[in-house]
Every structure is written in C-alpha cells, then in structure tokens.
Design a protein around this ligand. Structure first.
Ligand SMILES: Cc1ncc(COP(=O)(O)O)c(C=O)c1O
Length: 439
C-alpha cells in the first residue's frame, strides 16, 4: 500500500458514516468507535484553563514537570522510571508511528489487534508477521504459535525485530495473564525482539484486585511502554500520549531517534496539555476517584453487553479491561447464512443496514475475514448528553438506568433477530421505536 493510497482508519471512517446517517434521520446504536463517552470533570477543565499560559513550543520530548509526573506514574506501577526515559506526544498514535519508523525489520502483531498498527507498519514498508491470540485472552500472540511463526518468517527471508502487545486489548477487552507475558518476554529475549507494550487501557481493569503485568517487568531493557490519557480519562480529543523507553544505551538511542522524528512532525505536546498531563499523571485523589468510577461503569456495561451477545449463542471472552467485547458468531453460521451473512464484512453490513447497530467487523483488526467476529465498543452506550453520562458515572447500577437499559434491550432484540428470524417483524417495529427515542 503506498502512502498516497491510504484510506481513513476504519473506526474513524465508520464514526463519520454513523454521523452522516444519523443526520439523515436513520436511528443507529453506535458501538463502532473506540471512544470512552464520558464528560470532562471540572478539575481537568480548570487545569486546561491554567495551561493556556503555556504558549511556547517547549521541549520536544516534553517539559520536565510533565516528564517527572509520567516517571512517577510508571514508578507507582512497579516500573522504576526517571524523567529522561519519557517522551510526551500528542496522543500515543504518533509515538507508535515514530517507533515504527525508527525500528528496522518486520513487526510481529497479534491477530486480531488494534486497527492502526498494521497500516502504520506498512507506511514504512515494514513487513507484518501476524500470529493469532491464545483462546483465553487477546492482545498478545499465542506463545505456542509465536516461535513457529518466527521460524517461518525467517525462512521467508524476513527479519522480525519488534513485537507489539496490547494490555488490556482492543478489540477483545481482555488482558494477558502474567504467565503468558513471561513466556512472551522469554521468546523476545531468545529472538532479540524489541517489545512495544501498548498499555493505554492499563488503568481500566474491571476487577479492582486485578493488575496488568507489563513485559517491562521481565525484559525492561527491550521494552518500550506506550500510553496516554485518551481512554482512562476519556480525553481522546485533547491528544495526550507518552512513552517510556528502556534505561539503556540502546533504549535511549531509540528514544533519540523518536525525538528526532517528533521534531520534524509534532514539535512538542501542546503546552496546555502538558499542564493537564503533569497534573493527571501525578494522580491526585479526586482524579483517582473519577478513574475508579469510570472503570466501574466500563466494567458494568461491558459485562452487560457480553451477556447480551453470549445469550444469542456467540462465543465471547468475558471482558476484563477497557470497554470492548469481541463476539464470535461461528455457532450461528448456518442460521446467519440464510440472511446472506457469510463473513465479517457481510455481518458488519447486516448489523448496520438491517439492524441499526454499528460495529467493526473482525477483518479490520487483521482477523480471518471468513470468521464471523466483530468488535463492539460498549462505552458508546453511556448516553448522548453530559447529563446522561454523569448519571451513568455516578450510578451504583448504571445498566438499570432507563437510557442504558433501553439501549441494551434494543441490542438484545437486534441480536435475537439474527437467530430467530420468525420474530423479526414485531421486534423490528419495537426496535425502531426504541432507537428513535434514544439515538
Ligand atoms: C490499543 C490502542 N492503542 C493506541 C490508541 C491510540 O490512542 P491515542 O492516540 O488517542 O493515544 C488506541 C485508540 O483507539 C488504542 O485502542
């Protein structure tokens, strides 16, 4: 694929399609966009106002207060870090892009994986080695398949040099247990791979007793961790990302290359955002309370959507982090074929055009296009207005709130109609009425 032929990222393209269709009067439930639909709390808005005075370009890798705060953030998570290891950026997407540019060789990706890794790799003519995720979790290649895949890649003349892990994962909403991460770290060591650990969902673990094990705990000298505030604090539009580089000669040389690229592309993270990031990454109590409430909400709604899809007979890993579910409708293949659904593309189309549910088919995530899988972003169900979203955040039982419950019921009807064709006309009328009320 040449840079001239780059189509827009599928999740952004779907979001724009949904906006156009809604404007044209079509009611839709939008589960297609990986955004946490939550409002900005006052304590963050206040910081942004204070940060308005930071109008200089500033240091390429971030101002020292901001980098110190990021170092503290990692250190509190068991990864001792000093400020010089950190790079701040306008979102983690550009840091990942700069890493793809700075690293030679082929990139190993789990299948499925976030929609952007592969296009970014292709932009720099990097070959991609896809390895399917293990059954119990997404975001990582199955360690049992990784070594044979690396051998095959080498036989084919490729030089795999980096391995991307996503913990927790988009699209599956799950995260790898420590034992799996340890095995992958050992393989990375044996095969001399640099690990890029995308931990942007790290602070959204549904079970407060749970934790993410970073590969940087096992192979710190060969792990770059990327993260940002787009997901945990729902600040995607503010564009705040950061990365932690290994504290080694090679790690800091890689960081210099990334900073060099940054100097030619984004110059620095916007000054007001450095103010926000410095404050947020120091994690004051009000921010931790807000994060805990957001995480409770993500967990409750993801579990409710999981129940809906599992209730139709789909196979689906129970979500453990982030705000996604990734159902597999293979058990329904026979019945879906009667509706003309043969693969993830026709499944995505049917859900959008016939049932008014926008999701992204598994093919966008590098999954087998013949499989009947899709990703649903459950965080889109919290409400359209700030008021509804605050209600959801503050509720002890958000799925019982009328605006969320009605959407879940509508979703349930839509999925039921996939398996029970006879019930469709009555349900269709009910679904359409419910959608008109809420979308
Ligand atoms: C796994 C993953 N990594 C990175 C990003 C990029 O986020 P941002 O550029 O907003 O930091 C996303 C956003 O969807 C994501 O899902």
């Amino acid at each position: 694929m040449s840079a001239h032929a780059f189509p827009p990222s599928p999740n952004l393209a779907l979001d724009e399609l949904v906006t156009r269709r809604r404007r044209a009067g079509q009611p839709l439930i939008h589960l297609g966009f990986g955004e946490s639909r939550l409002p900005v709390p006052d304590f963050l808005a206040d910081r942004l106002r204070t940060g308005a005075a930071r109008n200089r370009y500033g240091q390429i890798g971030g101002e020292s207060d901001c980098r110190e705060a990021a170092a503290g953030y990692f250190t509190r998570r068991g990864l001792r870090t000093h400020a010089e290891q950190v790079v701040m950026a306008p979102g983690s997407k550009p840091v990942l892009l700069a890493l793809m540019a700075a690293l030679p060789g082929a990139v190993v990706l789990p299948r499925p994986c976030w929609v952007t890794y592969e296009p970014q790799a292709r932009l720099f003519a990097r070959e991609v080695v896809g390895v399917s995720a293990p059954p119990q979790c997404g975001g990582v290649p199955d360690p049992d398949r990784l070594v044979p895949a690396l051998r095959a890649a080498r036989r084919a003349g490729l030089r795999p040099r980096s391995l991307v892990l996503t913990m927790p994962d988009n699209p599956t909403g799950t995260h790898a247990p420590a034992a799996v991460v340890r095995r992958l770290a050992e393989i990375a060591e044996d095969w001399d791979l640099l690990v890029i650990s995308d931990e942007i969902y790290r602070d959204i673990l549904h079970d407060p007793a749970d934790r993410v094990t970073s590969p940087a705990e096992y192979v710190p000298e060969r792990t770059v961790v990327t993260s940002g505030l787009s997901k945990s604090l729902a600040l995607g539009g503010w564009r705040i990302g950061f990365a932690r580089f290994p504290d080694t000669v090679d790690g800091l040389a890689l960081q210099s290359r990334v900073i060099g690229l940054a100097s030619e592309i984004w110059s620095s993270l916007a000054g007001p955002m450095q103010e926000v990031a410095g404050y947020a990454l120091s994690e004051p109590p009000e921010l931790r309370r807000h994060l805990a409430a957001s995480t409770r909400l993500h967990g409750a709604v993801a579990a409710a959507v999981h129940e809906v899809v599992a209730g139709t007979g789909a196979i689906c890993r129970p979500p453990t982090g982030g705000f996604y579910v990734y159902p597999d409708l293979t058990p329904l293949r026979g019945r879906l074929a009667k509706l003309g659904i043969r693969d993830s593309q026709t499944l995505e189309r049917h859900l959008l055009d016939r049932l008014g549910v926008a999701v992204l088919g598994g093919h966008h995530f590098g999954d087998d296009p013949a499989a009947l899988r899709f990703r649903a972003a459950t965080s889109m169900l919290y409400g359209e207005s700030d008021e509804e979203q605050w209600l959801a955040l503050e509720s002890t039982d958000p799925v019982a709130l009328p605006h969320i419950e009605r959407l879940l019921d509508t979703l349930s009807d839509a999925f039921t109609s996939l398996t029970d064709h006879t019930a469709r006309p009555a349900e269709k009328a009910r679904r359409s009425a419910a959608l008109h009320t809420f979308c």
